[in-house]
Design a protein around this ligand. Structure first.
Ligand code: PRP
Ligand code: URA
Length: 209
């Protein structure tokens, strides 16, 4: 079974409370989602490979380490995942960014794919899928299947708020994928929205409602 990491650092909990608040306006919501993604990226990238190097300090030669290999790819699930990309890029500026376009059919709640563009060297990278919301899990499972279909093996999923139903579904379908979340909420409502959640993440990020 993949890891489930609930990142409950005080700064993360504080910012999650602010994005839940219906009074938080679009600009602040967008800034907070980026900040949360950056804080989470710190832990998500903990096992990146390093190699030994030497560096000349003003005092002496130092044995040191730098990231080794091609490191990371970031895959936002459109639209709302876009809001998390810059936060991760601020810590891992060399990461490449692919995009997967999925929307939830409002009646069936099934994900519908409309776009996919991945880095050409995606198989050599650790892929981090980002999406603020993990509700039924359908979109995340669809995105993971797409990446696996392209031969990608090292996949992590990073979401801000998750429903227990979505966590179970992802862990059952893809037990090899580690899942990082900032909050595990109570349940889904009849429309597939997370309770208490934060409403529609895409609409709140882009001001479309
Ligand atoms: C939201 C969210 C996830 C998905 C989660 O996207 O950003 O991608 O729903 O739901 P699930 O776990 O039940 O699949 P939405 O389909 O509303 O598209 P949008 O980001 O374009 O608004
Ligand atoms: N997508 C959202 O944006 N919010 C939810 O609560 C569920 C799916």
């Amino acid at each position: 079974m993949g890891k489930l990491v609930i990142m409950d650092h005080p700064l993360i909990q504080h910012k999650i409370t602010l994005i839940r608040d219906e009074k938080t306006v679009t600009k602040d919501f967008r800034d907070l989602v980026q900040e949360l993604a950056m804080l989470m990226a710190f832990e998500v990238t903990r096992d990146l490979p390093l190699k030994d190097v030497q560096v000349q300090t003003p005092v002496s030669l130092a044995k040191a380490k730098v990231l080794s290999g091609k490191t990371v790819g970031i895959i936002p699930i459109l639209r709302a995942g876009l809001g998390m990309v810059d936060g991760i890029l601020s810590l891992v500026p060399d990461a490449k960014v692919g995009h997967i376009g999925l929307y939830r059919d409002p009646d069936t709640l099934q994900p519908v794919e409309y776009y996919c563009k991945l880095p050409t060297d995606a198989q050599d990278r650790d892929m981090i899928i980002v999406d603020p919301m993990l509700a039924t899990g359908g979109s995340a499972i669809g995105a993971i299947e797409l990446l696996k279909g392209h031969g990608i093996k090292n996949i992590k999923l990073v979401c801000l708020i998750a429903a227990p139903e979505g966590v179970d579904a992802v862990q059952k379908a893809h037990p090899d994928v580690d899942l990082f979340i900032a909050a595990l909420d109570e349940k889904l409502n009849d429309h597939g929205y997370i309770v208490p959640g934060l409403g529609d993440a895409g609409d709140r990020l882009f001001g479309t409602k």
